[in-house]
Ligand binder design. Structure first.
Ligand code: FEO
Ligand code: CA
Ligand code: CA
Length: 689
């Protein structure tokens, strides 16, 4: 296939290879603006019990999740199709044997020799029965609200109980790139139809899939659970923010009914069969200047109100079509985004929830660990430079059972408990020089503390644990609460996920071009490189319910040939280059899989398998790469399938719908379409075995 070369890897932000258009539409140019965290913070120089088994909880589905030994949950479930391996030595590399994919700039999904692939569902494909077929020249909001949304990010695959080789795919649609969606798009004069179409292209899709006997192929089905949630669907806001003056608007004086979810990035599956999704760079959709100086100051901490914020810079101009996107007219609308949303995919008419007890920030995702007594611990990162890591510990215990009632009860677990923020200290504060040079004992290691911010009771009322802030303030302006308690400023905490087989918790820290810059936080042991271009992966041994942890850096990413990289001490001549870790997943053998966003090493983004335990700890191998301009999202690794959400293919400098930067997945002269793809071993068999 011929493809006119475009400027592929413009390092305009001094770090990743993301194109300007991706920065503009995905994050509202977050890296171009002053870092919102100007708090002094506190820098201290730098500033699990093993899980004996993995268990499945059967809601309507069998869902793999980390559950402590002796859990109250009944072991159950038809788990015959997915993730059934019982691993005696989890994370030691079983399941990571494949021919490594070399770094490349192909306009293709490149998979290991002996593996096959198919596109499961693409932007515009029908999700609901009466959806029209996709036609780029005939888009409408009505059509888009029934079709698969744009820029798929998180993906969950939930087996449907009692139905062989059948699944629900739940996918988030993080953002729209209008210049790549609409032929002849004029950023200075978008039409109302384009605005409404873009709003409908956000949110989430739930779609039933059927497998094919003997292969890993998956195809969509018009099933009973199929659903689209969009930028206008109704959500219920719960917790200490709900009903307060911070979230009331002229349309919703109750402060509990939010229309839509925006910028849904990564997510997680709960043990009770629902899906969590993080509202991330919500600020970019809102234009205007907040009139009240206090509100303005608070908004600034989230990237609202800086010159150009949403004011044409992002070229959506939603405020010209709906006043709720103009903070001067609706000052509280933006306070209704930035939460963890929970969707019950088994209830297609149910109202999804926004959990304010889990705090409001640029949530990448939330991922759950269940302790042996049934306490639910949800980990979540705030993806921006110098932001914080959080966890929520439930007061309630998980309800066992395979009923809608149990699921409904469990959907309130994340409304009652304690929200914490992390503070890390290094073991070698004097030995961190910003070059990535290892401390004398050959490891970046340290301890950490969880500092409580907010306690929420069963009635949804909160108790602030932060001096000078009310409970509602902590729930809505959580970043400021983190500032006040001196939380540790991290290098963009993205996916934050417990390993279901070992209980250790992993954080992808994508990059931070400003680390150590003039007037910014300096290096510390967990963020040890100045102008960090390639990111690192942090491993926590957390006292899940408690307030202390130890940590070490598993990977300091980059070109293994350079001295500033570290692969847990593994032989660096035997690993794949990896840059900008973003989303995390675990295979059924307990190995870590990492997808990347913005590879700064002149290759397309990819998906990597990483060995966590034993002699091969740190071995890192590239399993696939995504097409030109794309980011690898939503990785799912099951016994016999690997799924990735290919986000923003073709988002290259100078590209547009009229001048495609990629022709994936349809080939020829087609426009690229974000899509979920599945990869399996030719002739069947287990992945990586
Ligand atoms: Fe949406 Fe943090 O990536
Ligand atoms: Ca991400
Ligand atoms: Ca993940």
């Amino acid at each position: 296939m011929s493809l006119k070369p475009l400027a592929l890897f413009v390092k305009h932000d001094g770090a990743s290879s993301r194109s300007a258009v991706t920065c503009q539409y995905k994050c509202g140019n977050a890296c171009f603006h002053e870092v919102p965290n100007t708090s002094k913070g506190e820098y201290f120089g730098d500033i699990v019990a093993a899980i004996s088994r993995r268990r499945l909880f059967q809601g309507s589905a069998a869902v793999v999740i980390g559950v402590g030994a002796g859990s109250v949950l009944a072991a159950c479930g038809d788990d015959s199709t997915e993730n059934t391996a019982v691993e005696k030595n989890p994370g030691t590399g079983v399941g990571t044997t494949f021919d490594v994919v070399a770094p490349n700039k192909e306009d293709a999904l490149v998979v290991p020799k002996g593996y096959e692939q198919n596109v499961v569902i693409r932007w515009g494909d029908p999700v609901l029965p009466d959806a029209p077929a996709f036609d780029i020249a005939k888009q409408s909001a009505a059509a888009q609200a029934k079709q698969f949304g744009y820029n798929n990010d998180y993906a969950a695959l939930l087996p449907i109980a009692g139905k062989d080789n059948a699944f629900l795919l739940v996918v988030s649609h993080e953002y729209t790139t209008e210049t790549h969606m609409f032929l002849g798009y004029n950023p200075d004069a978008p039409t109302r139809e384009q605005f409404e179409t873009a709003l409908a292209a956000h949110g989430l899709s739930v779609v039933e899939l059927k497998g094919e006997q003997g292969t890993g192929k998956l195809t969509p089905v018009m099933g009973q659970y199929n659903r689209r949630l969009t930028g206008t669907s109704e959500f219920k806001l719960t917790g200490p923010a709900a009903g307060t003056d911070f979230v009331k608007t002229s349309v919703d004086p109750s402060g509990t009914k939010v229309l839509g979810t925006l910028n849904n990035c990564s997510g997680g599956v709960t043990p009770w069969g629902t899906v969590l999704s993080g509202e991330e760079n919500f600020n970019q959709y809102f234009a205007g200047v907040l009139a009240d100086p206090t509100a303005q100051e608070r908004g600034k901490r989230y990237g609202l109100g800086h010159p150009g914020a949403g004011q044409g810079e992002v070229s959506r101009r939603w405020e010209t079509f709906d006043k709720r996107f103009d903070v001067a007219q609706e000052p509280n609308e933006s306070n209704r985004f930035g939460y963890i949303v929970e969707v019950d995919p088994w209830d297609p008419t149910g109202t999804p929830v926004k959990h304010s007890a889990m705090g409001r920030f640029k949530h990448e995702s939330a991922n759950i660990y269940v302790t042996s007594d049934g306490t639910v611990v949800a980990y979540s990162g705030d993806d921006e430079r110098f932001e914080y890591m959080y966890k929520f510990v439930s007061s309630k215990k998980i309800q066992p059972g395979d009923t809608a009632a149990a699921r409904k009860a469990n959907m309130t677990i994340l409304d009652e408990g304690t929200l914490y923020v992390a503070k890390l200290t290094g073991d070698h504060p004097d030995q961190i020089d910003g070059t990535g040079k290892l401390p004398s004992d050959k490891g970046f290691t340290g301890k950490g503390q969880w500092i409580p911010l907010l306690e929420t009771a069963a009635d949804g009322k909160g108790r602030s644990l932060v001096d000078g802030m009310t409970a509602a303030e902590v729930a809505v302006f959580t970043r400021q609460a983190g500032d006040k308690v001196g939380a540790t400023k991290m290098d963009r905490p993205e996916d934050f996920e417990p390993n279901p087989l070992t209980g250790k918790v992993y954080v992808a820290l994508t990059n931070n071009s400003n680390r150590g810059a003039e007037g910014k936080a300096g290096v510390d042991e967990a963020n040890p490189r100045k102008s960090n271009k390639n990111g690192q992966v942090l491993e926590l041994v957390d006292d899940h319910k408690g307030t202390s942890f130890t940590w070490s850096l598993l990977l300091v990413c980059g070109d293994p040939a350079t001295a500033d990289t570290y692969f847990a001490g593994y032989d660096k001549t035997k690993v794949s280059p990896i840059s900008c870790p973003d989303n995390l997943a675990f295979d059924p053998h307990g190995n870590l899989w990492i997808s990347t966003d913005g590879n700064a090493l002149k290759s397309n983004d990819g998906l990597f398998a990483v060995v966590l335990e034993g002699d091969k700890r740190g071995e890192t191998k590239q399993f696939l790469t995504v097409p030109l301009g794309a980011e690898t999202c939503g990785p799912i690794v099951t016994k016999d399938r690997v799924l990735v959400a290919v986000q923003h293919p073709g988002e290259l400098e100078g590209a547009s719908a009229d001048k495609p930067g990629s022709h994936w997945p349809d080939g020829g002269a087609s426009v690229p379409r974000p899509a979920v793809a599945v990869v399996w071993k030719s002739g069947g068999g287990e992945i990586g075995v």
